[in-house]
Design a protein around this ligand. Structure first.
Ligand code: ASP
Ligand code: MG
Length: 414
């Protein structure tokens, strides 16, 4: 088999840890596999480099920042290749430009356009281990680019897709994806497997472990991703295409997101074109609107509520007041907002085939006296907006109520 192993910052954080990485790569190779390794910068290094740029310039140029922060991974590939050699193996390091990870020119958040897998395949065919720098790429003019924080995960999955690898193992400092954040829910369970779609819907739970873009890429190319710990040999969580057995589990995870704020517009004229005009200034300024809830009016007016990233709330209210005063009132009379909210979601592909999940969710929250402000659903997710002070209580209540601390086979009812 061909296996891509991606090691995060803590997994290559010290020379000792790098020796452990080398051992694991060689063990995998000895088991009869071809191994390509993608590595992050040593933990703390990217932050250290970013801090240096800020000491020189308060708003540093993105192209130059990429030249600087990509060096963390350059150091790691060289050192890991050396560690493998020191342990008796054969290895060769690759920078993003050397295995042609071609990206667009959006410095600091570049997207991968194409990877030439041939140089890596040649090395693997010779029985060597390819050690590839994560996070970095090169644009068509030869500029160094980076993929955004946590981007080595995306490099790992992209390399796995380009090589047609059998699996992409993501080695990190946690042993998998849990049914909820273990810091909030102490009896959260590690998931054996989860579908790409669920993982994307659980973004705020998963994002700490896996850059979300890597999951999108995995889904697009069908890369099987195994999130696991570099500190042990236990199986982690597989992020894979949906399987029919997954439908038996109605709810896979519960998550809370605290980084949104709510904006409400009351008594808007109930006629065509109002919503279109209202959201235009927000779209033009790249405010990404999340939940949108509107109800039909019966007196010629309607109320509309939506959420935006907390950091964009102030700007959004200002934009609406400035750009569409005829709709929101010249002093924003119709606008109100609430920054103290939280979005709690339950996610599971089994919802497609099971009725009653929403009812159970609402009952569980009601029993705790938690008021629901907004509700929205997708095929595999139900989200509610509640007051932020209830976030942890709501997550724990739903986690217990849906029996997520039990093995799936032992859960009764919903
Ligand atoms: N070193 C980069 C960062 O810290 C990329 C990564 O580790 O995935 O964001
Ligand atoms: Mg990471």
């Amino acid at each position: 088999m061909l296996i891509v192993q991606k090691y995060g910052g803590t997994s290559v954080g010290t020379v000792e840890r790098m020796k452990a990485v080398a051992e694991r790569c060689l063990r995998t190779q000895r088991a009869g596999h071809q191994v390509a390794v993608v590595v992050s910068a040593m933990s703390g290094e990217t932050n250290r480099l970013l801090e240096l740029t800020r000491q020189l310039h308060e708003d540093p140029n993105d192209r130059e920042v990429d030249v600087i922060i990509s060096t963390g991974e350059q150091v790691s590939v060289g050192l890991v290749a050396l560690a493998i050699r020191a342990a008796g193996g054969k290895a060769r390091s690759f920078l993003g430009s050397q295995c042609k990870i071609l990206t667009d020119s959006s410095f600091a958040r570049a997207r991968i356009l194409e990877i030439d897998g041939q140089p890596i395949k040649d090395v693997l065919a010779k029985g060597e281990i390819a050690v590839i720098a994560g996070f970095q790429g090169v644009d068509d003019k030869g500029n160094i680019t980076t993929l955004g924080r946590g981007g080595s995960d995306t490099t790992g999955v992209a390399i796995a897709a380009a090589l047609g690898a059998d699996a992409c193992e993501i080695y990190t400092d946690v042993d998998g994806i849990y049914t909820s954040d273990p810091n909030i829910v102490p009896n959260a369970r590690k998931l054996d497997r989860i579908s790409y779609e669920e993982m994307l819907e659980l973004a705020s739970l998963g994002a700490k472990v896996l850059q979300i873009r890597s999951v999108e890429l995995g889904m697009k190319y069908g890369v099987r991703i195994h999130v696991r710990s570099s500190f042990s040999d236990v199986e982690g969580t597989w992020v894979v295409p949906e399987e029919s057995s997954m439908e038996k589990v109605v709810v896979s995870g519960v998550t809370a997101s605290r980084d949104e704020a709510k904006i409400t517009l009351e008594d808007l004229p109930d006629m065509p074109g109002i919503a279109a005009r209202m959201f235009a200034p927000l779209a033009d300024e790249n405010v990404s609107v999340d939940m949108i809830v509107q109800n039909q009016g019966y007196d010629g007016t309607t109320d509309l509520t939506f959420t935006v990233p907390k950091g964009d709330r102030k700007r959004s209210v200002q934009l609406l007041t400035d750009k569409v005063p005829d709709i929101v009132g010249t002093k924003g009379e119709r606008i109100s907002y609430d920054d103290e909210i939280c979005k709690v979601s339950v996610v599971g592909v089994g919802m497609r085939s099971h009725a009653g999940v929403a009812k159970t969710m609402f009952e569980l929250l009601a029993k705790e006296g938690i008021n629901i402000q907004l509700i929205s659903t997708s095929e595999i997710k139900i989200s509610v907006v509640i007051a932020r002070k209830y976030a942890e209580l709501a997550v724990r209540t739903l986690h217990d109520g849906f029996g997520l601390s039990l093995p799936p086979a032992d859960r009764t009812g919903l």
